[in-house]
Design a protein around this ligand. Structure first.
Ligand code: NAD
Length: 264
C-alpha cells in the first residue's frame, strides 16, 4: 500500500527503536513516504542515524527544540534538500523527573516552564517553520495523552502540558487551514518508551491497561503509525484540529476498572 507515495515527512522525536516516532516513521516508509529525521542531542546520533538509514534516509539533523537557531537550521537544510515538505511529525515531550510523581502542586516554576517549552511551545515553533515549506498544503501531527483531559496519577505537569498541546492543535489548525495545512493530535495509550519510563507508576498502569481497555490489548507503536499514516494521507483531507484516540477504547470508559470476570 502506498498511501503516502510522493510525500516528504520530517520527523522529530526518534530517540531509539522503541520511540513512537520510530513506529510512525516505519509505517510512513511502508506507505511510500520519503523521510527526514531530527534528533535532540549529539549522543543520540549513533542510534538515530542507523535507523534512518534502514528506511533509506540520509537526512539526520540535530535540533534541540528549545533553541530557535537550531530549529531555523534544520528547516533551512530541509528546504535545500527537499524544496518542500508534506508531513511534519512532532513526537517530543519532556518534564523533570521530580515533576512526574507525587502532588501536582509541588511543581516548581522552572519545572513548569521546561515542560511547557519543550512539550508545547516546540509544536508552535516547528509548525511555524514547517508551514513555509508547505505551499501546497500538508499534514502536521503531534502526540498527546489522555492525562491532558482527565487526571492521571503522577502525570501532573505533563497532563497540563498535553492540555495546552491539544488546544494549540486547534489554534494551529484554524490558522493554517486556509493554507491547506491540517493539524491533528494522536492521543496514544501507554507504550513502553524512554519517556514513559520517567512517569512514576507507569509499569503497573501499563500492566493493567490491557485488562481494562475495551479491546483488551496494549497499544503498539505500529498501531499509532497506522493512524498517523491515515491522518497524513489524502484520505483524511477533511480532518483537522482533532484529537484522535489510539488507545483500545480506554478513554470511553466512565469508571475504568478491571472487570470482575477478568480477575484470576
Ligand atoms: P521517547 O522518549 O522515545 O520520545 C520522546 C522524544 O522527545 C525523544 O526523541 C527525545 O529526544 C525528544 N526530546 C526531548 N527533549 C527534546 C528537546 N529539547 N529537543 C528535541 N527533542 C527532544 O518517548 P515517546 O513515548 O515515543 O514520546 C513521544 C511522544 O509521545 C511524546 O510527546 C509523549 O508524551 C507522547 N506519548 C507517549 C505515550 C507513551 O505511553 N509512551 C503515550 C501518549 C503520548
Amino acid at each position: 500500500m502506498t498511501l503516502l507515495a510522493g510525500k516528504r515527512a520530517l520527523i522529530f522525536g526518534v530517540a531509539n527503536d522503541h520511540s513512537i516516532a520510530w513506529g510512525i516513521a516505519r509505517a510512513m516508509h511502508e506507505h511510500g513516504a520519503e523521510l527526514a529525521f531530527s534528533y535532540a542531542s549529539p549522543m543520540l546520533e549513533r542510534r538515530v542515524r542507523p535507523l534512518a538509514e534502514s528506511v533509506g534516509s540520509d537526512f539526520v539533523e540535530l535540533c534541540d527544540v528549545t533553541d530557535d537557531q537550531q530549529i531555523e537550521a534544520v528547516f533551512a537544510k530541509a528546504s535545500d534538500q527537499f524544496k518542500r515538505l508534506d508531513i511534519l511529525v512532532h513526537a517530543i515531550a519532556f518534564a523533570n523527573r521530580e515533576d512526574l510523581e507525587g502532588s501536582f502542586y509541588t511543581t516548581s516554576r522552572e519545572g513548569f516552564r521546561i515542560a511547557m517549552d519543550v512539550s508545547v511551545y516546540s509544536f508552535v515553533a516547528l509548525s511555524r517553520a514547517a508551514q513555509g515549506l508547505m505551499p501546497e498544503g500538508g499534514s502536521i501531527l503531534t502526540l498527546t495523552y489522555y492525562g491532558g483531559q482527565k487526571v492521571v496519577a503522577n502525570y501532573n505537569v505533563m497532563g497540563v502540558a498535553k492540555a495546552a498541546l491539544e488546544s494549540a492543535t486547534r489554534y494551529l489548525a484554524a490558522d493554517l487551514g486556509p493554507k491547506g495545512i491540517r493539524v491533528n493530535a494522536i492521543s496514544a495509550g501507554p507504550v513502553r518508551t524512554l519517556s514513559a519510563a520517567g512517569v512514576r507508576g507507569f509499569k503497573s498502569m501499563y500492566r493493567e491497561f490491557a485488562e481494562i481497555a475495551p479491546l483488551r490489548r496494549q497499544i503498539s507503536a505500529e498501531d499509532i503509525g497506522g493512524a498517523a499514516v491515515w491522518l497524513a494521507s489524502d484520505l483524511a483531507r477533511s480532518v483537522t484540529g482533532e484529537v484522535l484516540f489510539v488507545d483500545s477504547g480506554y478513554n470511553i470508559l466512565g469508571v475504568p476498572s478491571i472487570d470482575a470476570t477478568n480477575r484470576t
